[in-house]
Design a protein around this ligand. Structure first.
Ligand code: PLP
Length: 458
């Protein structure tokens, strides 16, 4: 089929939307390593996990064998409010770059959370409600996850308690108000409402908080209130499962027009959007049916894949969560304060870590000024103001397209445009003012953090 017949936006009809999530672990010969109980050093049992997480989500977390899991009707109906998300052919960007490459992006920013996170938030809230729980607790950094969860909980009439990293709470008041508008209780973390919060505050009264600290508070809040569980917006295998809706839709849309991507690119924080986008394509690769290149793009200031170690580590700074084998910079690693582009999590999804370790996926890191340069270039021709996180993928897609310009290759590139950047205007301001700087951690800094990894086998 000639390119000219492909529309700018490929939409799916409601009846073409996927009705199942795809579980890529079913097709992996070597599975991701199990979560370990930090106390015993043994794999976490469903019983242990069910104190923290909802029962059905524990089942999904531990499910390595079912290739497809049906999306319950209630979730499918919620998806229909803002999905299918468009698959866009970036004709204008291609023209601007003068590249023979064909560029497509799957845009997940068309909902109030401004990101793909709503895809998992509604699923997690649904299972909590179905279990008869009163509410859920969580942490949020920049605020997209907290917003997505607030939206899902208000829809299902579930209580939502969000521990928001204190600096973000103060610097992103608009995000906070969106969450409160949806009925969530938002607490700046560290707070006096939990034991771990009070302990941190007594040691560091001036701290602006961190994601790891907010996780510890949210877990404590869930386990000390009757009828509450903790939910997490990335990293976990259940979250990648829910996000597979992104890749399933992309694949259906591309198949409809006979398009086969050569390279698939996504930004990687904890790995949920990237894992979701690539899952069905990776499944084909694992089953030997097709071949694709997959590229994870991460910030040079928080380079878990490209400079981290594949080992068991804590998922949170407070060390209350299970141990996960993953590419990690160490749970105490903090990206430099001048880092504005999100994706600041120290670890990575266990599924993606294993796929990367098996050489089935590539990774690269990019510096934030070049990320914002790509964001600006993209915004000026494609109209969408991208989230800084998403712009890591834009950077790599543009670089691939420019390489095609040199070689004359007509590659087909697909990347995930995870969200919009309207709440990141301070970061854009720093870029526009020329005051944004890059920071690359030294080998010594990373080694010092890695030296503190927990001592377990595996
Ligand atoms: C949270 C977020 C990310 C990174 O999270 P992953 O789990 O790695 O996908 C990327 N883009 C946006 C817009 C986000 O909100």
């Amino acid at each position: 089929m000639s390119n000219n017949t492909i529309p700018y936006k490929i939409y799916l009809e409601e009846n073409e939307m996927p009705t199942q999530w795809y579980n890529v672990r079913a097709d992996m010969k070597k599975k991701p390593a199990p979560l370990l109980n930090p106390g015993t050093g043994k794999p976490c049992t469903a019983e242990e996990l069910s104190h923290v997480f909802c029962d059905e989500l524990v089942k999904q977390e531990l499910n390595e064998t079912d290739r497809f899991i049906a999306i319950p009707d209630e979730i499918l109906n919620f998806y229909k409010m803002y999905r299918p998300s468009p698959l866009v052919r970036a004709y204008c960007l291609e023209k601007k770059l003068g590249t023979p490459a064909k560029i497509y992006y799957k845009f997940e920013g068309n909902n109030t959370s401004g990101s793909h996170k709503l895809n998992s938030a509604i699923a997690q809230a649904y299972y909590a409600k179905k279990q008869g729980l009163k509410g859920v607790t969580t942490e949020t950094g920049a605020g997209q996850w907290g917003t997505a969860l607030s939206m899902a909980c208000s829809y299902l009439d579930l209580d939502c308690q969000v521990y928001m990293v204190k600096v973000s709470y103060e610097q992103k008041p608009f995000r906070r108000e969106v969450m409160r508008t949806y009925g969530a209780k938002v607490t700046p973390s560290p707070s006096m409402t939990t034991e771990v919060g009070r302990k941190i505050l007594s040691e560091f009264p001036e701290t602006g908080g961190s994601l790891g600290c907010a996780i510890s508070e949210a877990v404590e809040a869930a386990t000390t209130q009757e009828g509450y569980r903790y939910v997490l917006g990335s990293v976990l295998s259940q979250v990648l499962l829910h996000q597979s809706v992104i890749g399933m839709e992309a694949k259906i849309a591309m198949d409809k027009y006979g398009i086969k991507p050569d390279v698939i690119i996504g930004c990687a924080g904890g790995g949920s959007n990237l894992g979701g986008l690539i899952s069905p394509f990776m499944g084909e690769k694992l089953r030997g049916e097709a071949d694709y290149r997959f590229i994870a793009v991460e910030p040079a200031s928080c380079p878990s894949f490209t400079r981290g170690t594949y080992a068991y580590d804590f998922c949170d700074t407070g060390k209350v969560c299970p141990l996960q084998k993953m590419y990690t910079l160490g749970s105490g690693f903090m990206p430099s304060p001048n880092h504005a582009g999100g994706l600041r999590y120290h670890g990575m999804s266990a599924i993606l870590s294993e796929l990367y370790d098996q050489g089935l996926m590539e990774a690269r890191s990019v510096e934030q000024t070049s990320v914002f340069e790509a964001a600006q270039q993209f915004a000026r021709v494609e109209g969408i103001l991208p989230a800084p996180e998403s712009s890591h993928a834009i950077r790599a897609a543009i670089d691939e397209a420019l390489r095609c310009k040199e070689t004359g290759e007509e590659k087909t590139i697909l990347f995930g445009l995870t969200g919009t950047g309207y709440f990141d205007m301070y970061a854009y301001a720093a870029y526009n003012d020329g005051t944004m700087s890059d920071y690359i951690p030294t080998d010594e800094e990373i080694a010092a953090s890695i030296a503190k990894l927990p001592k377990v086998n595996g």
